[in-house]
Design a protein around this ligand. Sequence first.
Ligand code: NAD
Length: 292
Amino acid sequence: MKIGFIGLGNMGYPMSRNLLESGYDVYGLDLNPEMERRFEALGGQVGQSVESLAKTCDVVMTSLPSVVAYEHVYLAEDGLIRHAAPGVLLIDTSTVAPENNENVEKVANDYNVRFLQAPVSGGVVGAENRTLTFMAGGKASVFQDAKPIMDTLGANVFHIDEKISSGTMTKLINNLLIGFYTAGVSEAVALAKKQGMNLDGLFDVMNVSYGQSRIYERNYKTFMATNDYNPGFTLSLLRKDLGFVKETMEQVGLDLPVTNVLLDVYEEAEDAGYGEKDMASLYEHVGKQKIT
Ligand code: NAD
């Protein structure tokens, strides 16, 4: 089976590597030539264009960082949908807004193209270790055809329902919780540090108490304790997802007070220069705030 993979970044690179290692014939594509060279070094082949992947692959997967990239790759004149050969299966794993999924599905239906929206959770470690959770929305028959590939890349593959944006809605709830936990861990540990507490010891106690969370473990062990914020999941990507949460709140007419503040805090951290660092770097940002 020939699989195209567009977007070879923090998530796309390990996913495409696992597909290669599982014996698929994988053609990668990225705007950044460095990412393509890195993929080639694994033994992957670089595709010519989005259009050529749509015409020649059985499946095309995407992992893209923004709505602009997502709409371009799927909907442009030289994009996937307009050039998809009959029977091609398109699977997107990016996090964008529900309405973006609906726009792409509408055009896919016009062109009779099979499309599944399947955002993922589990981070780079999950992508590397094939332990991702897939949260897919779309037609059951399309999901069934895509499932063997998702099973290759993840440990938990869910079909939320036939509504194309149902996986994204699930993923946004997940990332709202990630936003809360990351802010909570950042502020709690910043307070502990300011008091001169033993932070490794604190983690060990919290890890067997109700203060425990997988985000505390991830953020503390990999990033905060090592003072290395190479992503991972960038703070800007989390801010993007909280922006989609905010749009959704507005659409349903719900005003969630803490979520509003949360978005402001991530925006401030991004403005202060933490955007391209891992989200765990919020800890550094909040640790610098002083009572004036
Ligand atoms: P990333 O920025 O590391 O990778 C995205 C890649 O897409 C980059 O290499 C970029 O050059 C490439 N790209 C951008 N526009 C393109 C285009 N038009 N054509 C081809 N390539 C293009 O981002 P990431 O962390 O890998 O995240 C990708 C998606 O997965 C995002 O939607 C993110 O929200 C989601 N996600 C990320 C994580 C994580 O832990 N990093 C976890 C779950 C979901």
